[in-house]
Design a protein around this ligand. Structure first.
Ligand code: S3P
Length: 451
């Protein structure tokens, strides 16, 4: 990130007729995992379509510090020469994950069963986020953490000398925690199992198999049991990263809301554990055609053709939250421009994302004149109809890329422009976001205003 330390505010202005075809950058979750599994394998892993966002680049840097040989061969083309399971070397530097909870939590798992000391840190947002959710299961393997009160970064993790296998029931629906346990289980002899009540994104499981690990899925009462045989020899594998549905979401909602739009997004990942937003938008009356469904790198993908639509509010059940956990900010924007009420239940986890997203969404919508209420972990948005709420505010993003992008999308609809106080964080997940929208015909205005 080219960062002079100053916030970079930006405003979005009412738009008409977004048109075009494009492919958004590679999926962030898969990109992190492609690098991590490549680094844990023997041989050369070739990755195409890697997301070159700050979060993923931070993971690459951390893996280099642990001994992996990682090189960029072209745009999105990366080569990783791994060290093998258990082969990480003790790093000479602090491991800095920037803004990325996924990077930090997955890497804590990946080093927890190797007897090395690693000190993890991140930016101000990441240093506020809870790490006990991974440190608790990693302690069962024998890893020890020393850090700040409340298990916040920076912290030092001492990997287990003599790890044993673990069976762990996830107390929260979190793919990061599931993945941290499975990554730790790689270097523990015997079988490590994770028990999951609600399905969360399954890229780690898919990739474990792709790299040659033995993984089985079973039932344990109401739970899914994911069992991994420890100490496999992971073999290098080629990976093609599909387009990120969480990034595509902003363009999809923009195309639905802006009149006379017709936008096609190519090669979007439509793994069921990630597709909740698309299901919800279609229930709201969104015209999203799913075309050319196919498989790429073991994941289902499709092209999405999106046309302007009149949306109506719907109830969004809590069970759907894990399959669209990152998409509530932009769904809330869509809801503010729909007719009727959208009730989003089960959003407790939004409190511990890059920001307190529940609070940030409510404050932002309120500032823009939308009707919004938070009741416990439920968000209620009463739509203002297709012309959207008033706008005319500068929204606080709290170092959260998805809050920034969501409110810029709102500004394409509202009568008065919507500004966000900082756009630097957008580079963590969607480099080229404003250029992509420019290309579709949207307009931005520089603004000196910040709250
Ligand atoms: C992710 C899991 C989710 C999601 C994050 C990426 C992953 O977090 O919000 O953006 O790649 O595993 P949780 O596991 O905390 O729900």
């Amino acid at each position: 990130m080219t960062d002079d330390g100053n916030p970079r505010p930006l405003a979005a202005v009412r738009a008409k007729g977004l048109k075009g075809t494009l492919r958004v950058p590679g999926d962030k979750s898969i990109s992190h995992r492609a690098l991590i599994f490549g680094a844990l394998s023997i041989g050369e892993t070739r990755i195409a379509g890697l997301l070159e966002g700050d979060d993923v680049l931070a993971t690459a840097e951390v893996l280099r510090a642990l001994g992996a040989d990682i090189a960029r061969a072209g745009e999105g083309e990366w080569r990783v020469r791994g060290v093998g399971v258990g082969g990480f070397a003790e790093p000479e530097t602090v491991l800095d994950h920037g803004n990325s909870g996924t990077g930090a939590r997955l890497m804590m798992g990946a080093v927890a069963t190797t007897p090395i000391a690693c000190t993890f840190t991140g930016d101000a947002s990441l240093c506020r986020r809870p790490m006990a959710r991974v440190l608790t299961p990693l302690a069962l393997f024998g890893a020890k953490a020393v850090g700040r009160t409340g298990a916040r970064l920076p912290l030092t993790l001492l990997g287990a000398e003599d790890p044993g296998p673990v069976t762990y029931r996830l107390p929260v629906a979190s793919a990061q925690v599931k993945s941290a346990v499975l990554l730790a289980g790689l270097n523990a002899p015997g079988e490590t199992s994770v028990l999951e009540a609600a399905p969360t994104r399954d890229h780690t499981e898919r990739m474990l198999r792709h790299f040659g690990a033995e993984l089985s899925l079973g039932r344990d009462g109401d739970l899914t049991a994911i069992a991994l045989r420890g100490r496999p020899e992971l073999r290098a594998a080629d990976i093609r990263v599909p387009a990120d549905p969480s990034s595509a979401a902003f363009l999809v909602v923009a195309a639905l809301l802006v009149p006379d739009s017709d936008v096609t997004l190519e090669g979007v990942l439509l793994n069921e554990t990630r597709a909740g937003l698309y299901r919800t938008l279609r229930e709201m009356g969104g015209d999203i055609a799913i075309l050319n469904e196919r498989e790429e790198g073991g994941e289902p993908i499709a092209d999405l053709r999106v046309r302007s639509s009149r949306l109506r509010g719907v109830p969004v059940p809590a069970e759907r939250a894990p399959s669209m956990i990152d998409e509530y900010p932009v769904l809330a924007v869509a809801a503010a421009c729909a007719e009727g009420e959208t009730i989003m239940a089960g959003l407790e986890e939004l409190r511990v994302k890059e920001s307190d997203r529940l609070g940030a969404i409510a404050a932002g919508l309120h500032a823009c004149g939308a009707r919004v209420a938070v009741e416990g972990d439920t968000l209620r948005v009463t739509g203002s109809g297709p012309a959207g709420p008033r706008g005319g505010a500068t929204v606080a993003t709290h170092m959260d890329h998805r809050i920034a992008m969501s409110f810029l999308v709102l500004g394409f609809v509202t009568g008065e422009p919507v500004a966000v106080d900082d756009t630097r964080m957008i580079a963590t997940s969607f480099p080229g976001f404003t250029a992509a929208l420019d290309g579709l015909g949207a307009r931005f205005a520089e603004t000196g205003r910040a709250p």
